[in-house]
Design a protein. Sequence first.
Length: 248
Amino acid sequence: MKLSLIVAYRGRESHLRTQLAWWKKQSVHGLLDTCELVIVEADKERSHWIEKKIEDTTNIQYAHLLNSGTFHKTKALNLGLALSRGQFVAPFDVDLIPIENTLLRHLKMAEFSPHFLVTGYRVMSSSVSVDVDDLATEIEQASIAPEDMPTALWKQLVRQERFGVVPFFNQSRLVEIGGWDEAFVGWGGEDQDIIERYLDGGRFLCRCPELVYLHLPHEPNQQWTEAPLVEQNRKHYYEKMQARRKLM
């Protein structure tokens, strides 16, 4: 197994159905021979429709994480990491669909570049549900992602904050650094934190414009994006970043 894609999931059924429809079509590219989808549902109860949907689908694992309060994405990702069998592991948001053969190109780049953390870009769709056979039309109507707007880009270029879409982590390195920091609860900062910790020790970030993922829109989730929680996560992220820089 070369690649494990971890989907931390709660309550976005239309997005997951779209992603599963895309996955089933990947056999024509040979992707299902070397890659797996690891779905971790962090919620009060299991969604039995998922288990039924994936019964006859190649290389999909499903696990349920009891999570009745705030969506604990980092804990779900760590459970997915423990279940993963791939040489590379990537967090794969349920609202992302790779354009054309982006995923195979991404994997080849990661294999060719062991000292680089290869990541892609996302573009923002206005459609909640898309036809996975007509993504070329969707991308022409998409917009630039928030992280590529001037103010966010300034943080990346000047403040050295690191961000990338679907980073392909080497599994052994990810285990070595302890996976995701579960002090991040809900949304905000956990993705940048793990990238920066992963890069310590002579690795480099490579964002490649050949790797494009379509992001499907959604309303803010309850128990995920409350302002105090986001502020808490951002504070934790900046404290950790400052502590790392003092050690340099």
